[in-house]
Design a binder for this molecule. Structure first.
Ligand code: ZN
Length: 193
């Protein structure tokens, strides 16, 4: 084998995922595992974030106890069964697993925190970041944006956007670097579309 099987990656790799994609995937897995304890409240509807479903499907409910959220229960079990990313890297379905893990972790995040609060001023964040942040390689960019702007991206997002011309590297050698505010702008356009 010579190439990472993740969509649009193509890095050299002896496994089904390259080192970068293994590391990205592990971040998602860690994030998913961190959400597991918080999902209990969602399952038993102890929080006010989730509304009980309207009409039918509640199953047998006795007394005044709220029904449990079966979707949240299933999802929590699914997250509990996740392996480390190195295990998936040896599986020929690795790219599919990576996709499913990201999808489920995002779903768990929405269950725990509810819809994204409105009124986040992305333009102001972009401006702030523009004034302070030099171009940086993806490796630095991802933690930087997570910390400064609360935006969680994978290196695959960056590669995709660069490949499609949504994002222009500042330098290409020895590795591509990007202006953080341009990445935020690209992310914002994606969110809006
Ligand atoms: Zn890869």
């Amino acid at each position: 084998m010579t190439e990472c099987t993740n969509i649009d990656c193509g890095n050299e790799s002896d496994l089904y995922l390259c080192r970068q994609c293994i590391s990205d995937l592990q971040q998602w897995i860690d994030k998913g595992r961190a959400l597991i304890p918080d999902m209990t409240a969602t399952i038993y509807r102890l929080d006010n974030v989730r509304q009980a479903p309207t009409g039918g499907g509640g199953g047998l409910v006795t007394g005044s106890k709220p029904p449990i959220d079966l979707a949240a229960l299933e999802l929590r079990d699914w997250l509990t069964r996740m392996h480390d990313s190195t295990t998936y890297a040896a599986d020929q379905m690795a790219a599919g697993w990576a996709w499913e893990i990201q999808d489920n972790v995002r779903r768990a995040e929405r269950m725990v925190s509810g819809p994204e609060p409105e009124g986040v001023d992305h333009a102001a964040i972009r401006e702030k970041v523009e004034n302070i942040a030099p171009p940086m390689p993806t490796r630095q960019l991802l933690p930087f944006l997570r910390e400064k702007a609360g935006i969680v991206l994978t290196s695959q997002h960056i590669r995709d956007w660069a490949r499609r011309g949504h994002l222009r590297p500042v330098e290409r050698d020895p590795q591509p670097t990007y202006h953080p505010h341009e990445v935020i702008a690209a992310w914002h356009r994606k969110e809006a579309s």
